[in-house]
Design a protein around this ligand. Structure first.
Ligand code: ADP
Length: 541
């Protein structure tokens, strides 16, 4: 883990502004710390040596303290604003990038991991901005200023601080190595505990049914114990490490103090300078010690930002610039020798697949589950880039065109249609926002959903509609577009035979080119042609 990730500065303007502001605040803090020490030393020396009053010095000190308080407030305000700005920038960038990467990349576990990352995960950046970064800036400005100023009064003391100061980061790194292994062990124990607990709670009914609920108690107790022991171990190391750093800093200050004391007695050093050096010495060590503490507090946020960069650095498939996509109402579509192997898989999902779809044709893709039928549709839409082979229309490869323009030729009804929060009509209108109610109703009727009220509420992810209803709404949405090619993944699943027959009739009546993934005999029978996926052969029905 780097102290400061340059990618954060590159990607988020808010972070750069914040860093610049923090440097200004850091330098000002350094100046104020030195002024405070000088004033204190001057005041005390004046009282002790000359018996002068402290009025002017006290006013000066009060002003310095007020200014320091003001700086702390400014730092907090800047930090909160920066954290909010950076979080929203990163969230937006990740969302845009993952949309470009497409639904296949987003599928499965990744979507839930991404949801956690973009919500709670990135919120962990707050302590990074509010605590760690300002401290890092202070650690790089204040000690340098303090040592520099000390050198003007007492070179030997400045030299002592300069030599002992690096011991603090060295010890921090050594302690870091020990804590890393321990905290990993603790995190593992916590993950096991969480998993086990979720398992037990989830399966409580089954466990009770089989009289095994009691037996789980001891298992949970054992895992909890492991977690407790690991946590106590981490805490011990944490306490010991702050003790060690505290001791190191105190000894270093004592070393400076002894030297200053001896030179004061010898008369080589004035009282005012000696006091100034003594007051300043601990200030040189403090920011470095604090930065180590904040480093651990912000580790979660840094881990989240690393995850964000991993997403942002996922390369987008290379697509062309052309916008003159051939009209698929009159141009046939070809797939030549298309081979797709998903990352992490050994077997290809599609192997040397060829297909020709002529305008106006209804082609059914058949084959057992997992044969690669949905993958064919994903390749056509450009969501999956084949390892080998091409999609060709009118003599040009599909990847020469701008993806969004290419996709305008298609309307797609996937197995999981993903409806939005709103109404039935709102969801259907996604296909054509300016459609009238009559057009929406006609599309719903053609999709076999004449009975669905237009203003029926649809919950997130299509909740409040049955699986079959969701699919019909999605089909109506596809029918409402003017895309020449319909890609339908089992469009009649969940329909009764009569409605299915009606849907098939209205699909055929559109006269559009239709590529459907089909299992049901009625749907297969309605197609002009059946292509079996997975067996590398074309079957003409
Ligand atoms: P079908 O639609 O015929 O059921 P798919 O095209 O969905 O088949 O899947 C073909 C094969 O590719 C299956 O073995 C499936 O597990 C695998 N597969 C599909 N999508 C992914 C993915 N995003 N990542 C990894 N493997 C996948």
């Amino acid at each position: 883990m780097k102290p400061l990730d340059p990618r954060l500065l590159r990607r988020a303007r808010g972070a750069r502004v914040f860093l610049a502001a923090s440097v200004v605040i850091g330098v000002l803090s350094g100046v104020l710390i030195i002024t405070q020490a000088v004033l204190l030393a001057h005041g005390i020396a004046g009282v002790v040596l000359h018996g002068t009053g402290v009025g002017a010095v006290a006013w000066g000190l009060a002003a310095v303290v007020a200014a320091r308080a003001l700086l702390v407030w400014a730092q907090e305000v800047v930090a909160q604003r920066a954290a909010a700005a950076v979080k929203s920038t990163l969230r937006r960038q990740v969302l845009e990038h993952s949309l470009k990467l497409g639904p296949v990349w987003l599928s499965g576990e990744r979507s839930s991991a991404l949801t956690t990352l973009l919500t709670k995960g990135l919120d962990d950046l707050d302590p990074y901005f509010a605590r760690y970064l300002p401290q890092l800036v202070l650690a790089s400005t204040v000690p340098a200023g303090v040592i520099g100023w000390m050198a003007t009064g007492d070179l030997i003391a400045a030299g002592t601080v300069l030599i002992t100061l690096p011991l603090i980061p060295i010890f921090m790194v050594l302690i870091g190595w020990v804590t890393q292994a321990r905290s990993r062990r603790r995190q593992h124990a916590l993950a096991v505990l969480a998993h086990h607990f979720a398992d037990v709670v989830g399966g409580l009914t089954t466990l009770k049914l089989f009289g095994r609920a009691k037996a789980q108690e001891s298992a949970v107790r054992r895992v909890t114990d492991q977690h407790r022991v690991a946590s106590m171990g981490s805490l011990r190391v944490a306490f010991l490490s702050s003790f060690a750093l505290e001791l190191l800093a105190s000894l270093s200050v004592a070393l400076v103090a002894v030297g200053v004391g001896l030179r004061l007695v010898d008369g080589k050093l004035g009282l005012e300078t000696a006091l100034m050096v003594l007051i300043l010495a601990p200030e040189a060590y403090l920011p470095l010690r604090q930065v180590g503490m904040q480093f651990h507090a912000s580790a979660d946020g840094v881990a989240a930002s690393e995850e964000v960069f991993r997403v942002l650095e996922t390369r987008l498939p290379e697509r062309g610039e052309r916008t003159d996509v051939p009209d698929l109402r009159v141009t046939p579509l070809h797939l030549y020798d298309v081979t797709v192997t998903y990352p992490g898989r050994e077997e290809p999902a599609l192997d040397g697949f060829d297909l020709e779809v002529r305008p106006g044709e209804v082609v059914a893709l058949t084959g057992p589950s997992g044969a690669g039928k949905s993958t064919v549709l994903a390749v056509l839409l450009g969501f999956v880039v084949p390892d080998r082979g091409v999609v060709v229309a009118g003599g040009s490869a599909a990847d020469e065109f701008v993806p969004s323009v290419w996709r305008r030729q298609f309307a797609w009804v996937p197995q999981n249609p993903g409806l939005r929060l709103g109404t039935v009509a709102g969801n259907v209108r996604l296909g054509r926002p300016d459609a009238t109610d009559a057009q929406v109703r006609a599309a719903l009727t053609a999709a076999g959903a004449a009975d669905l009220p237009l203003d029926k509420a649809v919950g997130e992810q299509g909740h409040q509609l049955s699986g079959g209803q969701q699919r019909r709404v999605a089909l109506a949405r596809a029918l409402l577009t003017d895309a020449p090619v319909l890609l339908l993944d089992e469009p009649t699943a969940g329909l009764d035979p009569d409605t299915e027959a009606e849907v098939i009739t209205s699909l055929r009546a559109t006269g559009r080119t239709i590529l459907l993934v089909a299992h049901r005999p009625a749907l297969i029978a309605a197609a002009d042609r059946t292509v079996s996926v997975g067996s590398r052969q074309l079957v003409n029905a």
